[in-house]
Every structure is written in structure tokens, then in C-alpha cells.
Design a protein around this ligand. Sequence first.
Ligand code: OSB
Ligand code: MG
Length: 369
Amino acid sequence: MEIRKITLYLLEMRLRSPFTTSFGTMSVRPVLLARIEEKGGEEGWGECVAGVGPWYSYETVDIDYMVSRRYIAPALVGAEIEEPGEFRRLTGRIRGYPMAKAMFEEALLDLYARLRGLSLAELLGGRKGRVKVGVSIGIKPTIDELLREVGRRLEEGYERIKIKIKPGWDVEPVKRIREEYGDILLQVDANASYTLKDLYFLRKLDKYELLMLEQPFHYDDLLEHSVAARKLSTPICLDESVKSLHDAVLASRIGAAEIVNVKPGRVGGPLEGKRILDYAPGLGLGAWIGGMLETGVGRSFLVALASHPAVTFHSDISASSRYWHEDIVDPPWELKEGSSLEVPRKPGLGVEVKTEHVEKRAREVWSTA
Ligand code: OSB
Ligand code: MG
């Protein structure tokens, strides 16, 4: 495929309800999209998951927009690419910025899949026709509000609940959810808000039979996790700390985690996500696919990865309606029976991008000549 033109769209999408984690509240999600067109007229779409500020990672949407225009798009446009795996080599000189790179790799995968008549799942080693999904619930002003939202999500059909925790919002919310809703599938995500000094509190979570404790410690640390893992019965899952297959290998070698949350944006693209999944069973790691409040475009890649046989837990891929009043894809992602999403068999994303809607809603549009 000869890359003819790249267009970037910067949107601001209002979430249906604000999402609060240990690092802050998000009400409006900035969304950066890439559209890559090849010589024959076919196109592909990708999404960057960077946020407003450098909280989850050092990347922000503004920085990634700049890096994309200045460095990544110029390295691609005019290039003749046999298959999406070549993207890494073409942009090998650019250090870091995995979320920006992931957006381009996604667009190339979509483009390649459309040209070949393959689904994303087929490209990414997917086998399942449906994927099990859950919902991620943010920190709430009160426990009553949290309990109400958990109840509502269970009613909507989500059979696995993840709640965000932070010091001071951990044991009590979990205890109250267990009292109210019994032995539902429940897990917690700390987004790196604890230190080893808090081990005493984290050990109190052990009696609540949580599926896992996600990223309790520093975003770039494996050692603290490996120390804590020996003292906790709740399995540790890593999110922020795993930026590549290399990190996943290291984490399993030193016993820092039993489970890995695979996010294509965090690891530089769906192909590195697939590699982690390919190795996870051999490393003795359970796996699932994490979300970053993506629109329907990013969600397509999450669903495709979640259909990989190494995915052993429910993924954070909720339906479009959990996030948006109106998604930018048609049809929107819908929750199906058994807390699942259907894996599309159509070529590429498997859903249509509503291009006019994106163009109308974009705050900024940039394209190569
Ligand atoms: O840590 O998993 C996380 C959203 C933004 C940043 C980090 C995280 C999340 C989520 C949302 O948990 C999951 C979803 O997209 O539904
Ligand atoms: Mg997380």
C-alpha cells in the first residue's frame, strides 16, 4: 500500500458522566483520530488514547497531536508499505510516544485489513466470536452513589464490575459492594496511587475475594509489585507498568504480577498487544484488554484483541452508550447477552466511521499535502 494522505482530527467529546480516578476527573474526552488514505482510495482509521494531562502517562493529546504532525506522519506519507508490521521500522528513530504511534499503527491495520478483506480479529490472532466485557466505574462523591451505579450497571447486563480505588477510598467501598451485591465478579484499580507503606490497607482487601488488584504502585515500577505480591492473596494485575512484551516477561520472571492488562495505546500499538497475548500463556500470565474511554474507533481494536485465546478475564470494553450520547461509529457498540460484545467479521474495523460527523465535530483538522 502506498500511503498518499494522512488526516488528523482533534475532537472533544463529552462523556455521559464524569469519570474520576486517583489522578483526577474527566468530563470531556479529547479525541485524536488519524485517517490514512492509500493510492487506490482505500482508507484506515486509528485513535490516540492520550488524555488532557500527563497523569496516566507522560503523553497528552496536544503533545501527541504535535508529535504526529511533525514526526510520525512525515515518516509515513509517500511510503510503500507491504504490511502494518513495517510501521515500527519506519518510525524506529522516534523514541517514545507509544499512544501516538499506536494510533497510526491502528490506521494501517484497518487499511490493510480492508484491502485484504480481513477482519481486525483475523489480523490480531482473534478466535472468539464474542468477547466477555465488564464496566469500569470511577470514584464517586459518596458510597451510596457508587452502590447505585454498580446496581445500574449490573441491571444493564454487565456481569463484571471494576471500581477505581485510592488511599481512603478502598476497603469501605469494596465491603459495601460485597454486602449489597454478594459474590459478583469484582476487581479494583488503584492507578498507581499506593506505596508499600500502604500494604496494611491493601491486605485488608484480601478477604473480599477480588478478581485482582490493578496497578497499586508506581506507574513505572515492577519491584514494589513483586514485593507486595508475596504478601497479598489478591492477584496483582499490571497496567501502567507494562509498556512492552519485555516488561511483561520481566514482570512474570520476578513475580510482580499474575495478570496483565493489555492496552494497545500503552504498548505502542495492537501488534505489540498481540505479541504480549501470544506469550502470556507461556509466561503464566492471565490477560484481558483494558480501555481508555475510547470512541468506537479505538474500541474496534480492543474487541479484536479481546477475541485472542490468551484473554482469560473480562475486558474493560463497555458499550458505546456507557461513554457517549452519540458514538462516531455506526452501528455503535452494543452489549449483547452474557455481558459480551460481538466480534465483527467484516473487513477492517467492522463498523463504519461517521466521517461527516467527525469532520463537523472536529475542533482542528490537519492533513498532509
Ligand atoms: O486505568 O484502566 C485504567 C480510563 C482512563 C485511564 C485509565 C484507565 C481507564 C479505565 C476506563 O479504567 C476503562 C474503559 O475504557 O471503560
Ligand atoms: Mg488501569
